[in-house]
Design a protein around this ligand. Sequence first.
Ligand code: AMP
Ligand code: FE
Ligand code: FE
Ligand code: ZN
Length: 288
Amino acid sequence: MSRAGAPSARADLHTHTTASDGLLSPAQLVSLARQRGLSVIGITDHDTVEGVAEVLTIPSSGLLVVAGVELSCSLGGVDVHLLGYGFDIAASGLSALLVERADERRSRAEAIVERLGSLGAAVTMDRVMTLAGSGTIGRPHIARALVEAGHSTGVGDAFERYLGTGRPAYVERPVLLPGRAIREIHAAGGSAVLAHPLYSEGYGDFLPGLAESGLDGLEVVYPDHTADTRRSLSSLASRYDLIETGGTDFHGDFGRTGKGLGETTVSLAVVEQLAARASQRRSIGRGA
Ligand code: AMP
Ligand code: FE
Ligand code: FE
Ligand code: ZN
């Protein structure tokens, strides 16, 4: 039997719940994580910490839940997703940013639904909101509505046909610069990590700038990453002194990563490195 702290302890630091576009509730995710024998999960919903807050009310013996969030940023027209870890979920600056981003998600969804109507692929905002439940609205909810209405054969097809970047129903969100996201995560006492770098074209070019802005880590372990990719990301991480994190980006369905919870993990040491980095920064901040 392994236990948290043992060399075999495994951490999946990138997961989504019904608080954003995942299909499992926070309680279901925690229970699946236990079944899979994980020691740590990071809950990283898009623009919300509601899932983390909910889990804090569940007795979670044997499983450490790291508070996380995923912020969709944009840099020079490229989507850049930043993960925040180990911050105070009640911090006022970050909370205000999350409320702002969640509101923008809703307006964007309304604009997308309107476009879909004019493209002959009507879905109702009511249905999209029902699918999103109490969580932040994302394109996956609209994709599911498109599938239900028979306009797409699957979520992937809905992105390809309508919702993906540059597709006919694609609507941009107001830009959040990664520098601001990093500052807010740091101000809330956490660490900031660049998510799935391969989804951001030209990441090698902007990574030095992000490191300069205080980026703490790079998501090296990810379902789509081959051994070669991991090696090259790992050497970038060393060059810019970034912590090598990882996880599955689990959404509870067979989205574009198509991997199940806990299939790509990192060791518990990574969680300790993230916490140490944040705590070091907090003590420097106090001294300044
Ligand atoms: P949004 O947060 O509304 O911009 O939507 C982005 C989310 O959609 C991502 O977090 C993924 O969960 C999902 N997604 C993005 N691209 C695809 C795709 N090609 N197929 C399926 N899901 C996708
Ligand atoms: Fe997502
Ligand atoms: Fe992402
Ligand atoms: Zn994600």
